[in-house]
Ligand binder design. Structure first.
Ligand code: SAH
Length: 238
């Protein structure tokens, strides 16, 4: 009898994986994942069978993982949390009666927040700017609604070569509802090799270093920067 684990491996650095994620990777005979993400856990899987594909082959990867898991123990991996723009949804949509366990992980917004200070201390939302599977009109509508409702916003997939203007356009939308001195942070490669971050305001925001390895965090109307640390107050009366 096989089994399929859908594993969030965290932001990339091995010390930020959960104990359960490490356990199931160790237990697995086969690891399935996007080539770059497999590299993050390379030291843990030296003697294992690996099935990796490039970007955009998610369905192929899922089907292969499900097929292999009929008689082997298989982990299909996502970075961050497998249930946040990861593989968990697709696996569950395709599954028939296979045994599956979803193993959660530290998502990019939490990883980035820990580097910046405490920017997500209040109500927040994640929005992906990728329009590969979501119409851009809907993305813009969600950004506007989130800005209007004063959510702290984390933008995933913030900027790619195919859609270089989306990020700037959406920052302009957010500006309609928030003060120009609201903190905006870019965190690249959070908690893995190559980590970098910059803190701007909505007025001074510069997207030149933003890419698909980054998230962008926008504070709410109460957020501020103190000694270089990005804080969104929880509301304690100090
Ligand atoms: N399942 C992942 C998200 C996958 S979508 C998670 O929960 O984190 C891919 C996007 O996530 C990237 O384009 C980037 O915006 C963000 N991302 C993932 N890991 C990151 C990291 N370590 N640092 C910064 N951004 C990251």
């Amino acid at each position: 009898m096989g089994k399929l684990y859908v594993v969030g491996i965290g932001p990339g650095g091995l010390q930020h994986m959960t104990v359960r994620a490490r356990q199931v990777i160790e237990e697995s005979e086969v690891i399935v994942g996007y080539t770059k993400y497999i590299d993050f856990i390379a030291p843990l899987i030296e003697n294992k069978e690996v099935f990796s594909t490039g970007m955009m082959k998610e369905e192929e990867r899922c089907r292969e993982a499900l097929r292999l898991s009929k008689d082997k123990i298989v982990s299909i991996i996502s970075t961050g949390d497998a249930g946040i723009y990861g593989m968990a949804g697709l696996v569950l949509e395709l599954i028939e009666n296979e045994q599956v366990e979803i193993v959660p992980g530290v998502t990019a917004s939490s990883a980035a927040a820990s580097i910046l200070g405490a920017p997500i201390m209040h109500d927040s939302c994640n929005i992906s700017l990728s329009d590969l599977m979501t119409p851009y009109e809907l993305i813009k509508k969600r950004v506007e609604a989130a800005a209007q409702a004063d959510f702290v916003i984390t933008l995933y997939n913030p900027k790619s070569k195919g859609r270089p203007h989306y990020l700037k356009e959406n920052i302009e939308t957010i500006k309609k509802y928030r003060n120009g001195n609201t903190p905006v942070a870019v965190v690249k490669n959070a908690l893995r090799e190559g980590q970098e971050y910059e803190i701007f305001t909505l007025d001074s925001f510069d997207d030149s270093n933003v890419d698909m390895l980054s998230v962008v965090l926008i504070g709410n109307s109460q957020s501020f920067v103190k000694n270089g640390v990005f804080i969104t107050p929880r509301g304690y009366k100090l």
